[in-house]
Structure formats: structure tokens, C-alpha cells
Design a protein around this ligand. Structure first.
Ligand code: FO1
Length: 314
């Protein structure tokens, strides 16, 4: 079975990691959100791309989920001593990634090619595609009328501001990465990883060209919420602020026109009828991934469920 996953940061990276341990590179690749990207100290930072690549390269910081393990903070400390911004932590090894990416973007090398070459150095065998090579920025519009860059909202303001709506600036000029589009065309199944629907998956689906192609494929999503709470991050808070009761069925409804199947936790079993009422096949299991064993276990269940969807559809 050929699979393409759409993913954002930490939560999505765990399932992507599990799937990468079960599927060879020719059968599995991932398309990653770049709406979180931003410029910091004149460096081009791509947090979700780096989280996915570091995780697939087995070099991610297991405590935070982002950045590199065994990191040092010498440069960061001196940046702070020189009065530079210290709200966004940049480790010494992580800085090398941002310096190389910024340098090569400046030379006109597309983000997708930079990512491919970095992955070669990191020993990442599966293809990791940015959703597009053009700059797209998720802007968070808040109840008190401010518009915040995503990292300003997520890190500096710790997701405190009340969200009104999001804008993905630059999205109208964005194009799918051609190789990623081809992988979707060749795929048997598309998986929406357990990432934030609003700010990790929606930006990818908003790049003109992906959605109508994905809609022609069987699509499975894994819920990022358990019992109405996000495993990590502001997804549930965003749902509430946008007037939607956070729940597994709210996530299924978010993707409703795309989904053939939805995977959610035992805790939310009571929502099964509602979800199946939308002609979406359900699979209830333990979706919490606390360690690498969980990641592979859930990935295996996702693949078995995917097979059953394929066999029923055709
Ligand atoms: N998240 C934080 O909460 N604090 C940080 O200082 C921080 C630094 C950072 C540096 C590089 C990177 O790739 C990610 C980093 N993140 C940090 C995580 C990042 O904000 C989130 O991973 C995504 O934007 C949301 O998925």
C-alpha cells in the first residue's frame, strides 16, 4: 500500500515516525506544514519541517519534541547577553540547520531541495516535502484585534490570546511541490496525522491543488484530541474560541468532506454513531503515543484499518 501523510509538528511527527518504521521509502512520504515558518534573527526557521526531519532522523529532543537531542545553548546564551531576543530558543546544533537553510534559500535553492539534501545528511530515508516552496505564513487574528505571527502566538504569548480566525498569507501564490503531488497521485491512501487541524493540516489543504487531488483518494485521519483535550498544543482551546465544542467528532467534521475513515480514542467511543452517521468508518483504539513502541503499534493499526477501507471501497 502506498501512503502519503500530511503532518504538522510534534503530534503528527510521532505517527509519521511509526509509519516510517513499517513502510519502505518507496511506499511512504510526508507533506509538512510550513505555515509556522518565520524569520528570526534574519534566519529562516521551519519548525514543523525540522521536527519531522529530526524525528525521522532519530535525533529529535524527546523531551520537547522539537529541536535536537544533546543540544548545547552557548550561542543562544550570548545572543541573550547581547540583548538579542531570547523568547525563541535556538540550540547550537539547530542553528546550523537554520544557517544552512537561510544561506541556500538566499542562493535561490527551493525549500524542497534544501530539505531533501538536509535529510540525506540526517540519514532520513523517507521523502519529506514542505507543502510548497513559496513562503506561506499562518497569521493568528485575535479577539482584541491583533494579528500575530504563529510563533509569536504559540511561543512568545504561549497561546494565551483568544483566537478569532486564521489567515494563511501567501497561500494564493503557493503551489504544491510537484514531486509531492505525484506521490499523492500514485498513493493508495492519504493519512491526516494527529496534528492541529486549524494551523497544521488546514494550511497544507489550502495550497491550491492538493485538496481536489486528495479528495479523489481514500483519506484517513487520526484524532489529535482525546476526551476533548489536545495531547499537546492549543487545538482544543482554538476549537472553543472558534465556537466549536472540542471533541473527536468535531475533528471528523472538520475534515468531513474528505474522510473515508477516522481513528480516535476509546475515551470518545460514545461519538462513534455520530461519526458513522456521516458515512465515515470509525476505528476506536488507544491513540496516545507515549513511546516508540506506541508509535509503531498505532501506525500498524492505522495500516490495518486503511487496508480494510481499501477493500470495502473497491
Ligand atoms: N517551542 C517553544 O515552545 N519554545 C521554543 O523556544 C521553541 C523553539 C524552537 C526552535 C526551533 C524549532 O524548530 C521549534 C521550536 N519550538 C519552540 C517549537 C515550535 O514553536 C513548534 O514546534 C511549532 O511551530 C508548532 O508545531
Amino acid at each position: 500500500m502506498k501512503i502519503v501523510a500530511l503532518a504538522g509538528g510534534v503530534g503528527g511527527a510521532k505517527l509519521v515516525d511509526g509509519l516510517s518504521r513499517l513502510l519502505p521509502p518507496e511506499d511512504f512520504c510526508v507533506i509538512v506544514n510550513t505555515g509556522d515558518d518565520f524569520e528570526h534573527l534574519s534566519l529562516k526557521i521551519s519548525p514543523d519541517l525540522d521536527t519531522i526531519c529530526y524525528t525521522l532522523g532519530n535525533r529529535d529532543n524527546p523531551k520537547t519534541g522539537w529541536g535536537l537531542e544533546d543540544e548545547t545553548w552557548v550561542v543562544f546564551k550570548h545572543i541573550a547577553e547581547l540583548g538579542g531576543p531570547d523568547w525563541f530558543r535556538l540550540g547550537d546544533k539547530d542553528l546550523a540547520t537554520h544557517l544552512i537553510r537561510t544561506h541556500q534559500l538566499g542562493q535561490g535553492k527551493p525549500l524542497s531541495e534544501i530539505t531533501r539534501d538536509l535529510c540525506t545528511h540526517w540519514g532520513v530515508r523517507h521523502a519529506v516535502f514542505p507543502m510548497c516552496d513559496e513562503p506561506v505564513r499562518t497569521i493568528v487574528h485575535t479577539a482584541d484585534g491583533k494579528s500575530l505571527g504563529f510563533q509569536e502566538y504559540f511561543v512568545l504569548l504561549r497561546c494565551q490570546p483568544e483566537v478569532k480566525f486564521f489567515r494563511f498569507t501567501g497561500i494564493e501564490d503557493s503551489k504544491p511541490v510537484p514531486h509531492a503531488l505525484r506521490r499523492i497521485e500514485e498513493s493508495d491512501l492519504v493519512i491526516l496525522a494527529p496534528s492541529n487541524p486549524w494551523v497544521s493540516i488546514d494550511p497544507i489543504l489550502a495550497v491550491p491543488g492538493y485538496r481536489k487531488l486528495i479528495a479523489q483518494k481514500p483519506v484517513l485521519a487520526v484524532s489529535p484530541l482525546i476526551g476533548g483535550k489536545a495531547v499537546k498544543g492549543p487545538a482544543a482551546k482554538m476549537y472553543r474560541e472558534l465556537g466549536v465544542q472540542p471533541s473527536a467528532s468535531a475533528v471528523a467534521e472538520h475534515y468531513r468532506d474528505l474522510l473515508s475513515g477516522f481513528i480516535f480514542d476509546h475515551v470518545d467511543r460514545k461519538e462513534l454513531e455520530k461519526i458513522e452517521g456521516w458515512r465515515i468508518m470509525s476505528y476506536v483504539t488507544d491513540i496516545l503515543m507515549n513511546n516508540k513502541v506506541d508509535r509503531v503499534r498505532l501506525a500498524k493499526e492505522v495500516l490495518v484499518f486503511g487496508e480494510s477501507i481499501l477493500s470495502r471501497r473497491f
